[in-house]
Design a protein around this ligand. Sequence first.
Ligand code: PEP
Ligand code: MG
Length: 399
Amino acid sequence: MKVKDFAIDEIFDSRGNSTIEAGIAVGNGFAFYASVPAGKSRGSREAAVVSFAEASSAKNLKRLAALKGKDFSNQRSFDEFLIKLDGTENKRMIGGNVMLGLSMAFARAAAASQKKELWESLQKEFFGKAVQKVWKPVIFSNLINGGEHARNDLNIQEYMVLVETRGDMKSAIEKLISFYRDLGEKLGTMKRISNIPIGDEGGYSLDFKNNFEPLAVLSDLVRKDGLSRTFRLGVDAAANGFSSGDAYLFDGKKVTTPKLAGIYEGYCKKAPALFSIEDPFSERDTTGFALLSKKLEGRMIVSDDLTVTNRSLIEEYAGKGLMNGVIIKPNQAGTVTETIEAVQGAHERGIRTIVSHRSGETDDVFIIHLAKAAGAYGVKIGAPTRERIFKFNELLRIA
Ligand code: PEP
Ligand code: MG
């Protein structure tokens, strides 16, 4: 497919921050667009993010002009060309955000040229055939926000419900929406407030007694609403955010790695529905990940900032038994091909993948197609409200 032209535009994400929208014009005269989200709690090894001013500087546009008139046989060749053009380890020259926008826009153009849905054309190029006959993803929905995503005093960043879809997406999303409303009412009554603050991902973000209280509230409500068979619980501690030197500042106390592992273990005993723990320790604390993976066999220990959607990190840490699930975020990698390679590295080692949004989102639904193409175990898309609803609606359409 021949790239005729490209565009780098500025748009705003759900937090009101500037982000990139990229466009690719191809031979048939049509243009295809994609927008890139932005994370706040970032791993240190994520692909570089450049500002719109840098992205659209004369120097960068001149560099990217090499795309014009070039014919690419597939996504991989397009992405490899971009990677070469950038020439740095972390994509700081062109910008990982700019490269990803172009890469996703190219994927859309390629799908259209084959008259296929985006997920189908990604699946055809990278997976050969359907990875799962019927895709029944688990929805990871963040309903109580803390950490860097909220102004409350919770150290843990995300309290999620994990909703089984079991082939009936409509009923799963309906149950989730009604649970989200019930939770709002319950929290309003409990805390005696009518306007509950909302965090970055649409979850409630009020103050709690301690880091366990939200899990107790969610457990109770799941039971009361008779949802124990379809809803489990998960947290994203995003522990980079509360690490302090070699230890952690948790519930107002300094705790060591083994102590924090013991706290998580206690949470699982007190709230048995707690099934998945993401980034329980900081990205430097591989000892913590290994310890918790041994303690909590049968549950999911998920890495995000630790593995940053990087195939070799995933392979290395999976080999050491640090986790059995990974978060996949395209903008951590910076191209569609590298994102899919990370998924493949995980799946080859029996690691579950959860394709995820970022805290600063746009209405782009690319990740839903990527997750379906890959047959991912889960999709992590925030609370069913506001700008996050676009992803839910795309799930309803294609899953
Ligand atoms: C996360 O940590 O999983 C997350 C979605 O947050 P952010 O986008 O801020 O990294
Ligand atoms: Mg995370």
